[in-house]
Design a protein around this ligand. Structure first.
Ligand SMILES: Nc1ncnc2c1ncn2[C@@H]1O[C@H](COP(=O)(O)OP(=O)(O)OP(=O)(O)O)[C@@H](O)[C@H]1O
Length: 253
């Protein structure tokens, strides 16, 4: 399909060790350019492995991944690094910011690697800082800002190069409830206004209820998917019901 930003076909991942473990067992999945999709499932079901395969961090054992009509796994290291920087944005649970740098320097880091002209950099910085409401934080160092602010900065860094696809692994795992709401409304704006597709792993049903669609993984396979209508509260209830059927520990709920 024309608007498909991510096309996953029969994705498999085996971890070899004393005992070979099949973490992903034939996943087919497509993500459209306008979509915001959450990935849920019990602990150990393969969510992070799935995200890491898509993000090119973890090479699959078999199957195909095509992002924006390109297969990243045929690229050499240098091409792959460039591909990641141009197509993908990453947001992690623990922010992954450089503590000794300022907020501004952290956000500009991906552009510095691409040696973008200084005028273009400050133009992009201004736009993204305004969009995410972090202008007053720019001169501060990372240790001077709160967890919620750190995640905003990490999101700014992830979108400053205008990626087509934003990948997030438990982006709210280290945040209090106010910061969770802030981050989820930013994700919603990024998806709607910047038209960035989002794929986000979360175990939190409230966080997942901000997505338009949720896929559930169990034992390395797609178990189910549900779509959100107009009512987020109703969607939340549907998520809870699906998780109850899916099983898994209480911490999953
Ligand atoms: N590097 C590795 N070597 C061997 N096995 C691994 C490795 N990484 C993950 N696994 C196994 O693969 C399975 C899937 O792991 P994964 O981290 O993708 O699950 P998850 O659904 O993200 O779990 P959680 O919700 O607990 O983070 C687990 O059983 C895990 O132990």
């Amino acid at each position: 399909m024309e608007n498909t930003i991510l096309h996953v076909t029969n994705l498999q991942k085996e971890y070899s060790g004393e005992i070979t473990y099949k973490a992903l067992n034939g996943i087919d999945f497509q993500l459209q350019q306008q979509e915001f999709v959450a990935v849920m499932g019990p602990s150990g079901s393969g969510k992070t492995t799935f995200l890491n395969s898509v993000s090119t961090i973890d090479r699959p054992t078999a199957g195909d991944i095509v992002i924006n009509n390109k297969n990243p796994y045929v690229l050499n290291d240098e091409e792959l690094a460039k591909f990641r920087r141009s197509e993908l944005g990453f947001v992690f649970q623990d922010f992954n910011l450089v503590h000794t740098l300022t907020v501004k320097e952290n956000i500009l880091l991906p552009l510095t690697l691409d040696s973008l002209p200084a005028s273009k950099m400050s133009q992009r910085l201004k736009h993204v800082a305004q969009f995410l409401g972090i202008e007053e934080l720019l001169p501060k160092r990372i240790y001077e800002i709160s967890g919620g602010q750190k995640q905003r900065v990490a999101i700014a860094r992830a979108v400053i190069h205008e990626p087509n696809l934003l990948l997030a692994d438990e982006p709210t795992g280290n945040l209090d409830s106010k910061a969770v709401n802030d981050v989820m409304s930013l994700f919603t704006s990024i998806n709607k206004e910047l038209k960035t597709a989002i794929l986000m792993v979360t175990h939190d049903p409230y966080v997942a209820s901000f997505a338009n669609r949720i896929i559930f993984i169990k034992d390395g396979k797609l178990y189910n998917e549900i779509h959100r209508g107009n009512n987020r509260k109703q969607f939340y209830q549907e998520i809870m019901d699906t998780l109850a059927f899916l099983g898994g520990g209480h911490h999953e709920l």
